[in-house]
Design a protein around this ligand. Structure first.
Ligand code: DAH
Length: 341
């Protein structure tokens, strides 16, 4: 029996010291010390021993159980430490490694053009103002002298929110003129860039949403000469010094007189090319002297004050500047397109 215990001691201590995981260790504990384990197996044979031998063997067996338990405990502790070390080593962060670079985007090309325009006008003392895209028809039309019968007020042209056609998505940035004048602070020098909406089908030159930049000056003694001088200066800053312009008579309900401004094609110098579609001229904006009726409707005395205003399409400007031939490219957000700018 002594030999059996000696054998068990050697085998168990060796197995425990070589054990590689907590699970295996638990299996060894059951194997050696469990109810059906090897030590229990040996103790069952105690009955065969003499009365003198029994306490001696009992003592030896207790000592053996203790030693195996201690070995198990020790092994468990050192395995735990090793596991923790391995985990720590695994999770070590090398702060000296180069980081993962974030790919950051950049401004949309059309907004680069808008920034350029804003800078030009800010440099001339203009204020940048912002206003509602959901607008009262009164502001989008009526106060701009666009009366009930005007075709742009039709349901086929304008997005309305209510049956009575009193609220719409603004079809132009011109209502910002009314907002600026109704504030009652004179003189006014402002531009108002923003989105406008019309019931147009999407194609290479149309979109139900696009951007305009409105501009307006109201002061004492403002004339058409101020309009022409200022817009000529703006155009020279955008398209280069010496850019030739022409002002064609036109009609807008909210200005009188009204005009459209063209620039001589900056690509071909007026000879005719794909950029100007062979015309030699490119239409840039609509403008005019603010109609006395509009001034009066906004509480400004037209005998004391006068002013001029303009409106231009931002997409068209950006398309010209970056040689973009399809309006849809501006809105589709295709990275392959946007990355070129
Ligand atoms: N609102 C006009 C349009 O959408 C553009 C325009 C023309 C604005 C003349 C003006 C202006 O301020 O004076 O076609």
């Amino acid at each position: 029996m002594k030999e059996l215990m000696q054998g068990l001691r050697e085998a168990s201590i060796k197995a425990i010291s070589e054990c590689g995981s907590i699970e295996e260790l638990e299996a060894l504990r059951v194997k050696y010390l469990g109810k059906k384990g090897e030590l229990t197996g040996i103790l069952r044979q105690m009955g065969k021993l003499s009365a003198e031998e029994r306490p001696i063997m009992g003592q030896l067996a207790n000592k053996l159980r203790e030693d195996i338990e201690n070995a198990l405990e020790e092994s468990k502790n050192s395995l735990g430490e090793k596991l923790m070390e391995a985990k720590l080593a695994d999770e070590t962060i090398d702060v000296t490694l180069p980081g993962v670079a974030h790919k950051s985007g950049h401004k949309h090309p059309m907004y680069n053009v808008l920034d350029q325009i804003k800078d030009i006008f800010i440099g001339m003392g203009f204020e940048i103002v912002d206003g509602p895209e959901v607008e009262l028809s009164d502001y989008n039309f009526t106060k701009l002298n666009i009366d009930g019968g005007h075709p742009s007020r039709e349901w086929t042209d304008t997005f309305y929110f209510t049956e009575d056609s009193k609220i719409c998505l603004r079809t132009q940035t011109s209502p910002m003129q009314v907002h600026a004048m109704e504030k009652g602070v004179l003189p006014i020098r402002m531009i108002a860039p923003g989105r406008v909406y019309r019931k147009d089908e999407v194609d290479a030159t149309h979109s139900p949403m696009f951007h305009q930049i409105e501009g307006m000056v109201i002061d004492k003694g403002v004339t058409m000469a101020d309009l022409k001088a200022t817009l000529n200066l703006v155009v020279e800053k955008i398209y280069g010094e010496g850019t030739v312009t022409r002002f064609r008579p036109h009609h807008f309900p909210f200005t009188e007189p009204s005009c459209e401004m063209d620039i001589q094609c900056h690509k071909c110098g007026g000879k005719g090319c794909p950029t100007c579609k062979g015309e030699g001229w490119i239409e840039v904006l609509g403008a005019g002297m603010v109609h006395p009726k509009v001034l009066a409707g906004c509480g400004i005395d037209p005998d004391e004050y006068s002013g001029w205003a303009f409106g231009m399409g931002l997409e068209r400007l950006a398309m010209g500047e970056y040689k973009i031939n399809d309006l849809r490219l501006i809105f589709e957000n295709d990275i392959r397109f946007l990355e070129q700018f």
